[in-house]
Design a binder for this molecule. Structure first.
Ligand SMILES: NC(=O)c1ccc[n+]([C@@H]2O[C@H](COP(=O)([O-])OP(=O)(O)OC[C@H]3O[C@@H](n4cnc5c(N)ncnc54)[C@H](OP(=O)(O)O)[C@@H]3O)[C@@H](O)[C@H]2O)c1
Length: 246
């Protein structure tokens, strides 16, 4: 059992999916949690549920990861903390012929630059021994038609943590990234409202483990990365063996 007793974990993207599951498991492992995301109603409800289960308050703030000043102020308000977990971002799937300078920048602003600057601005607020956990995705290594931007962003995040480990090391901080394949979260419901079950079944049939992942499994991966002080600069595949598919 991993323990995070006495640690404070800040999750941006903590009102649903892998971020919410991570906040919950971190609390079960002894940490305090602070969560942020955009929709205040969903966030307040998530914070209330977490607080009731963990029997301690869970502060929350509505913000968008793209709003760097708001994110920096939020991080400063909750200093000092130990771990920063960054699953909150939005990348619309766009066909290659739908791409424009504007929508490509929007995607990078959300999933790459949002977490990148959040980590940068968090450094002064983090206690030695802590870590940053980013989220990329298997599309960096296994392309999906219509998801070139996602692939580029995921690849950039995977590359970033290797360098960030060097930058954060002298501060006593580590940086890692989780690269999921399909994980059953509200994101899948939103992206594939019409054919989610069919898509999941089709991928599951190809994966060595024979099923898609769960938010709880993502949470276990995130807590593992936070708790293990010797894992740094790593891309942790959470993909049911997706990279082994020939
Ligand atoms: N699920 C998968 O199959 C899968 C596969 C590969 C990679 N990933 C990546 O894994 C990460 C987590 O995904 P998930 O499936 O857990 O997503 P999810 O179920 O949609 O949850 C996302 C969380 O982040 C928040 N969020 C979304 N956009 C945000 C923004 N711009 N600023 C701040 N918060 C934001 C959401 O709340 P609000 O909407 O209220 O802001 C929610 O709390 C994402 O980076 C995703 O791209 C997921």
């Amino acid at each position: 059992m991993f323990r995070l007793d006495g640690k404070k974990v800040v999750v941006i993207g903590g009102s649903a999916g892998m971020g919410l599951a991570t906040a919950e498991l971190a609390m079960e492992c002894g940490a305090d949690a602070v969560i942020a995301a955009r929709n205040p109603e969903r966030l307040a409800a998530a914070a209330q549920r977490l607080a009731a289960r963990g029997d301690r308050p869970v502060p929350w703030q509505a913000l968008a990861i793209e709003d760097r000043p708001a994110v920096a102020a939020f991080l400063h308000t909750h200093a000092p903390f130990d771990h920063l977990v960054l699953p909150g971002s939005t990348v619309k799937p766009l066909r290659y012929d739908e791409l424009s300078d504007a929508n490509a920048r929007e995607a990078f602003d959300s999933k790459f630059w949002g977490p990148f600057w959040a980590a940068y601005d968090a450094r002064a607020s983090m206690r030695r021994g802590g870590s940053v956990v980013f989220f990329s995705g298997v599309a960096a290594e296994r392309p999906v038609k219509g998801y070139v931007l996602g692939a580029c962003i995921n690849g950039a995040l995977n590359a970033a943590v290797r360098s960030l480990a060097l930058e954060f090391g002298p501060l006593g901080l580590r940086c890692n990234v989780i690269a999921p394949s399909l994980v059953d979260t509200p994101l899948l419901d939103a992206l594939h409202a019409d054919d989610k079950d069919e898509r999941c079944r089709a991928l599951a049939a190809r994966l060595p483990v024979g099923r898609i992942g769960t938010a709880g499994e993502a949470a276990m991966a995130a807590v593992f990365l936070m708790a293990n002080g010797y894992i740094d600069g790593q891309v942790l595949g959470l993909d049911g063996g997706h990279l082994s598919i020939p």
